[in-house]
Design a protein around this ligand. Structure first.
Ligand code: NAD
Length: 371
């Protein structure tokens, strides 16, 4: 079995699907590894760090001898149509969109496994790339907020006077939000946080944050949030707005799987904020939690800076790649036994994460959407 790792092609993507420290685990699986030259460079892993790997000069040469392709971002539509027939593809594959790509995967009978579809069960925690990357994104967003703020986050007592700690509000206390809370706390800020799932209260408090109580709960299935009713939204919005108005920095991480990001901060709320305040909108790529967010830009409104960073995990490409590569090798461990590919459809992790196989879309919601 030959595992192939291309250089990522998406604009600005610095991560790579394989890092030198996990190569040993691939050897244990009894597979050969082949990489495209320069694949790890942007993540801080030059070719010479990858021992025992064979190299291809370009993607075409790489795919000539590939049984399994490991990617970070989904392949382009064209690339999907050039993958080796009946090969395996593992990566983020955005099953909610990109129908032409999915059709091309089926034309080539590619067995594709989307990390977005890995079930969030205890046994699959080591494969949960949404979590590993969200953790990194939460950390970076807290740093971005402190970097963009004209204020300091910690309290300082100096001969030149005392600086009061910044007040940071974090909305959405999932994996990313909790890491943003922890990071802002480490920087010395006073942190308040809010999530529609009331179960997060305890987690927020255990990190030293204060939970904002709006009296609205939106516990949904499988630990995810459900959509709120109009009434609930208005009540939530007013109480949140009062806290946001007092904040020096707001970090928003709210999302609902497969849906546009919930709009939580409208223009009027931004206009109630203090001059110099900062919003870092982690949901920028899925439409933004703030009405004024522009993905990939920092905009200013009423003296408030609103940052809409894109592909945040790629900003910490070294560690993001390391964690991601471990997630992938753990998934491969369920698929490759004694150097052979064996797809065990009785294994929930394998079955649930499979997007396409044998010319058909196996993920039911995607199949139904495309019909
Ligand atoms: P996510 O990225 O889909 O959403 C981020 C957060 O936004 C969630 O906490 C969600 O409740 C919140 N949110 C949604 N709408 C909101 C709104 N209108 N206002 C405020 N907040 C809103 O979620 P995630 O971080 O990937 O995961 C969420 C949870 O899933 C985790 O915290 C955890 O409890 C669970 N999980 C379980 C496992 C497992 O293996 N058991 C693994 C990962 C996550």
């Amino acid at each position: 079995i030959t595992i192939a790792v291309p250089k990522e092609t998406a604009n600005g993507e610095k991560r790579v699907a394989l890092v030198p420290s996990v190569l040993k685990q691939f050897t244990k699986l009894g597979v050969d590894v082949r990489m495209q030259r320069g694949a790890g460079e942007a993540a801080g892993f030059p070719d010479d760090l990858y021992e025992g790997v064979s190299w291809a000069d370009d993607q075409t040469a790489l795919y000539n001898e590939a049984d399994v392709v490991l990617r970070v971002q989904p392949p382009s539509v064209e690339e999907a149509g050039k993958l080796p027939e009946k090969s395996l593809l593992l990566g983020f594959l955005t099953p909610h969109e990109g129908d032409s790509r999915i059709r091309n995967l089926n034309k080539r009978s590619v067995s594709s496994f989307a990390l977005e579809l890995v079930p969030r069960i205890t046994r699959a925690q080591g494969i949960d790339a949404l979590s590993s990357q969200a953790n990194i994104a939460g950390y970076k967003c807290a740093l971005l907020a402190s970097y963009l703020s004209p204020k300091l986050f910690p309290m300082l007592t100096t001969a030149a006077g005392t600086v009061r700690p910044a007040k940071v509000v974090i909305i959405g206390a999932g994996v990313a939000g909790l890491q943003a809370i922890a990071t802002a706390k480490r920087l010395g800020a006073i942190v308040e946080a809010y999530d529609v799932r009331s179960a997060t209260r305890e987690q927020v408090e255990s990190l030293g944050g204060k939970f904002i109580d709006t009296g609205v709960s939106a516990e949904g299935e499988g630990g995810y949030a459900r959509e709120l009713t109009e009434d609930e939204k208005a009540r939530q919005a007013e109480i949140l707005a009062q806290h946001i108005a007092q904040a020096d920095a707001v970090i928003t991480t709210a999302s609902i799987p497969g849906r546009p990001a919930p709009k939580i901060i409208d223009q009027a709320t931004v206009e109630r904020m203090k001059a110099g305040a900062v919003i870092v909108d982690m949901a920028a790529e899925t439409g933004g939690n703030c009405a004024l967010t522009e993905a990939g830009k920092d905009v200013t409104h009423h003296g408030v800076t609103i940052a809409g960073p894109k592909n945040i995990p790629s900003m910490a490409a070294t560690h993001a790649s390391e964690m991601y590569a471990r997630n992938l090798v753990n998934l491969l461990g369920l698929i490759i036994k004694d150097g052979e590919i064996h797809l065990d459809w009785d294994d929930q992790v394998v079955a649930d994460s499979c997007l396409t196989h044998d010319g058909e879309t196996r993920h039911a919601p995607t199949r139904e959407r495309m019909e």
